[in-house]
Structure formats: C-alpha cells, structure tokens
Write a protein that binds this ligand. Structure first.
Ligand code: PEP
Ligand code: MN
Length: 256
C-alpha cells in the first residue's frame, strides 16, 4: 500500500494500516521463533509479546520477566523486526531500553504518573494504552505527562473500557479514536484482541476501527491458541490470521 501512517509523532515509520501482531505473552524462545517466522513471511515486521504480564489473579502466569525480554531481543535480531512489549515498573527502563523497540504502557498503568514522567524523559518509542475505565480526557492527560517531559515518540492505543455488557471483554470505544484523531496530533492504534476478547468479530470491528480513523491495529496471534498460557480466546491461530489479513488488507501477504 502506498499510503503511509501520518502523524507528527515520529513513532514507527510504516505503511498503513500499521499492524502489530503477536502472542499475548512470550512463553519460550521456540514459540516466538515459530510465530516470528510466520509473521515475517507475511511481511509483518512489528511484533507484540508481553514478558511482564499484569494479571488480575496472582495465581495466573505472570510472564517470563527478564528472560522474556532477552528472548524478544534475540528474536528482534534474528528476524530484523520491531518489538512492542509492556513495561510495568520504572526499575525496568534501563534493562528494556535497547532490547525492546516500543515500550507499551498497559491499561493498568495509564494512571502510574511516576512511570509516565520517567518515560517522558526518554528518547524512546512509547505506546500508551487507555486505562480500564479512563475517560478520553484522562487518556489525553496521561499522554501529556509523557510529551511534557520531552518525549514525542508516542502513540496511543484504544483497548476498550469497562462496561456492564459481558458480550465482549470490554466495550470498544471507537468514538475515542475519532476524537483523538480530530482533537490531537497523536497516532492511535486499536487493540482489537483486548477490546473484544472474542475472535468471531475481529474482521468487522477492525474495519470499523480503520473507518473511525485508527492508524493501525494490534491483534494477538499464537501458533496454538488453545494451549496459550494467557488470553487463549482472543489469540488467532496462524491460519486464522491469514484469513484475517485477507479480509483486512486484501491479501494474505501484508505490504507485498
Ligand atoms: C497487553 O496488551 O498485553 C495487555 C495486557 O493489554 P491491556 O493493558 O490493554 O489490558
Ligand atoms: Mn493479552
């Protein structure tokens, strides 16, 4: 596609729509190799995967931590891809910078202003997710914490907000996307997996997100979703991903 993602934030230089794909969590080097190999063969060069997993229950898989970051660094070097991974603590900044291309601030940390201030001091790509029940105004204020510190390499991510309706995991708020595009200079990505929590409406809602003005889509994919250690219902298998790409970008091979 000729169109480029436009924005004054010098974030990732990429074609439209920006696609960020990968598993919920790094589970092993071998699984990351399988997934990365597949994504690169489809010309998807921005991969997501969490090493520090902020889980609701402390009994659930918490991620591989530092070891996960080292795995992602190895994958990034082997496949020449960019990696997006979540930072949960200011103490991890030094260890993650240089190994991860984009530091994701997860929904649970959107209100962690000390973390936002520290990220604002960096010259480093940041992806800020909307808080679980943050208003759009609070979301923009959180972004300003980073920008005010001097770091302009910021993009936002709508990931749905809490609702009374259990039909989807969260309520995907596409008005947020349209308002961010209208009223700010930020690029905004829609995380379709965490918004919906179910795969059967990914295509429809991704199209709607792009129609609302989203610069790109984040979606979870796993070589064996049923066996995934987290978020198994919202991760596409690689075969499902191929069908999804066909529906969203018109070809199985993104950007080719
Ligand atoms: C994630 O992207 O891995 C994640 C945990 O999402 P969120 O912070 O939006 O819940
Ligand atoms: Mn997940």
């Amino acid at each position: 596609m000729d169109k480029k993602v436009q924005g004054t934030n010098e974030w990732l230089d990429c074609d439209y729509p920006m696609l960020i794909v990968g598993p919920c969590a790094v589970e092993s080097y071998e699984m990351m190799e399988k997934i990365a190999e597949f994504l690169v063969s489809r010309n998807i060069n921005v991969i997501r995967a969490g090493a520090y997993k902020p889980r609701t229950s402390p009994s659930d898989f918490q991620g591989l931590g530092d070891e996960g970051i080292r795995i992602l660094d190895a994958i990034r070097k082997k496949y020449n891809v960019k990696i997006v991974s979540e930072i949960v603590d200011v103490r991890h900044i030094e260890m993650m910078c240089g190994k991860i291309d984009v530091l994701q601030v997860g929904s649970r940390n959107m209100y962690n202003y000390e973390l936002l201030k520290e990220l604002g001091k960096l010259d480093y790509h940041i992806l800020l997710k909307r808080g679980l029940s943050a208003t759009i105004a609070e979301f923009v204020c959180a972004a300003e914490y980073i920008v005010k510190g001097g770091n302009k390499k910021l993009a936002l991510c709508e990931r749905g907000v809490r609702s009374y309706d259990r039909s989807t995991r969260n309520l995907l708020d596409l008005s947020c996307v349209a308002i961010i595009k209208k009223e700010t200079e930020f690029n905004i990505i829609v995380d379709i997996s965490h918004s919906l929590g179910r795969k059967d409406i990914f295509v429809e809602m991704s199209k709607a997100a792009l129609a609302a003005g989203a610069d790109g889509i984040m979606v979870e994919a796993h070589h064996n979703p049923k066996a995934a250690r987290s978020d198994s219902k919202q991760q596409m298998s690689l075969e499902e991903l191929d069908r999804y790409l066909e529906a969203i970008v018109g070809r199985g091979n993104y950007r080719s």
